[in-house]
Design a protein around this ligand. Structure first.
Ligand code: URA
Length: 223
């Protein structure tokens, strides 16, 4: 399972290795974790047409175990060349294993997720792996904050996307209705959070359908 995405993508997501569904389909992140990843991307107006997704190892580790060092080493040249060809502005490591390889060997995902690191002149951050977010939905509110940090960085360093050419591109985020936060996990509103400044009320907004909750920042340009 080599990777997926446009060759001019400026953001590269790196997972661990394909699971069964990915192996069958030949595409990374197409199982349950992949669907959650799609939801996460949608929250910040990304999708698979705008980013590149690759894995550290290209073949499925038996029984979905963590890829061994030897397996990572065997596939490392593929990934190095993918990175060299793509030359992404930002790299997002999905999970601890990827972060330990691309950020630092003693990376602690529970403490350092969502932080930006400078690695070989490139900005790199790690998010919890979607599988971890499926296992523990309580981590989703933190991941939501990490995604906002990613979105801010994309806006700061990546080439702006031409929203006008994209059908349905003007989206607003409404955390109350986000499947990412409400499907199986607790609402971010159920735990204490620092309220974000409210810029507009949504009742008459042309963006989104439901009321925008007070802690939901307006994430999308043009909204
Ligand atoms: N987990 C990964 O790390 N990568 C995939 O492609 C699927 C599941």
């Amino acid at each position: 399972v080599f990777g997926v995405g446009p060759q001019d993508a400026e953001v590269l997501f790196i997972g661990e290795g394909p699971g069964e569904q990915e192996d069958l389909k030949g595409e990374p992140f197409v199982g349950r974790g992949g669907k959650l990843l799609d939801d996460m991307l949608e929250l910040i107006d990304l999708d698979r047409t705008k980013i590149y997704i690759a894995n550290m190892v290209k073949c499925r580790p038996p029984k979905n175990r963590d890829p061994l060092e030897t397996e990572q080493y065997a596939c490392s040249e593929w990934l190095s060349r993918q990175i060299a060809l793509l030359d992404p502005k930002l790299i997002v490591c999905l999970g601890r294993i990827s972060a330990m390889k691309f950020i630092k060997p003693d990376f602690k995902i529970t403490r350092e997720h969502g932080q930006w690191f400078e690695v070989d002149g490139r900005r790199v951050m790690a998010l919890y792996h979607p599988a971890a977010l499926l296992r523990d939905p309580g981590k989703r509110p933190e991941t939501f904050d990490d995604l906002k940090r990613l979105q801010a960085e994309i806006r700061a360093v990546c080439t702006p996307i031409d929203f006008k050419k994209r059908k349905g591109a003007i989206l607003c985020f409404n955390s109350a209705s986000s499947p990412f936060l409400t499907a199986t996990g607790p609402s971010p509103l159920s735990r204490p959070r620092t309220p974000a400044p409210r810029t507009t009320t949504s009742a008459t907004s042309t963006c989104g359908t439901g009321p925008t909750v007070s802690t939901s920042p307006r994430l999308m340009a043009g909204c």
